[in-house]
Design a protein around this ligand. Structure first.
Ligand code: FE
Ligand code: FE
Ligand code: ZN
Length: 276
């Protein structure tokens, strides 16, 4: 089964997102766990969650992906910023327990000027603190483009975090095609090589989701500017190889391309015609 969706607005609730996804031919979706630029959280609407769970099971929505807000930075040297990351992630995960067996993606963080090592230690500290025994969600670290002082621009950096978290069974990776290409993984000319590298450094069993984006600036640019499918430097051919790769085929794919809902609908249709 081709599991494909896009980023949707959470503002009208889960059931609304489910219906919106189905209306554009999607069978999954991504949403922000809270205001992406602030941090405010909406009151938990348990009725909406019950309705969504029923809608999802009737419409083959098997998994959904929550994305943490951009304002969390677990690698910050500011204790205040780290405390916010810690509280926000805990709160998000508690809420996600109402939607069991789903995914929660976050950007590992930016070390600002302390260096990768200190920043990495702070991320590990946060994960050790937020992961609980009864957690029903898998936490994903997103592969980053390496813009500024972002941690997670290489598979080694991500693995270093995962390996050093005490209870790392519920930790995985979300691979963003735009980010890894910008970071210097050549998925256009050597997709198999990139996948083999991922497998040997992190292990494919840790890979839970793919952000499917084209890239405006491209290989090694470290820019992180997403482009519409087929309109960037990665191109349609390479992205079609990604969705059809035997090692990726069973994963959910999420579009984070610069589109309105109609644009997403068209991209989902386009990708479906190329999915073998
Ligand atoms: Fe992201
Ligand atoms: Fe992404
Ligand atoms: Zn991005």
């Amino acid at each position: 089964m081709f599991t494909i969706g896009c980023h949707l607005s959470v503002s009208k609730g889960y059931e609304h997102m489910g219906k919106e996804a189905v209306s554009i031919g999607a069978n999954t979706f991504q949403f922000f766990s809270r205001n992406p630029r602030g941090g405010k959280i909406k009151k938990l609407d348990t009725k909406d969650i019950t309705n969504f769970n029923e809608f999802a099971s009737n419409n083959n929505i098997e998994v959904i992906l929550a994305h943490a807000p951009y304002t969390i930075n677990a690698a910050s040297k500011s204790e205040k910023v780290r405390t916010f990351a810690n509280i926000a992630m805990k709160e998000d995960l508690e809420r996600l327990n109402y939607l069991p067996n789903n995914l929660y993606n976050f950007h590992p963080g930016s070390h600002v000027k302390q260096g990768v090592k200190l920043g990495t230690n702070f991320i590990i500290e946060t994960l050790n603190d937020v992961i609980t025994e009864d957690q029903k969600t898998t936490i994903l670290l997103e592969t980053m483009a390496g813009k500024g002082t972002e941690i997670g621009k290489s598979f080694e950096e991500l693995n270093n975090i995962i390996e050093n978290v005490d209870n790392n069974e519920k930790l995985g990776v979300c691979l963003d095609t735009c980010h890894i290409y910008d970071a210097g993984y050549d998925i256009v000319n050597d997709l198999d090589g990139v996948i083999d590298t991922f497998d040997s450094v992190i292990g494919l069993k840790r890979l839970y989701a793919i952000h499917l984006n084209d890239s405006k600036f491209g290989y090694k640019s470290h820019k992180d500017r997403h482009a519409k499918i087929g309109e960037g430097k990665i191109g349609i051919e390479a992205l079609v190889s990604v969705i059809n790769h035997p090692k990726f085929k069973s994963l959910p794919f999420y579009l984070e391309t610069p589109n309105d809902i109609e644009g997403y609908k068209d991209e989902i249709e386009l990708l479906k015609t190329h999915y073998i």
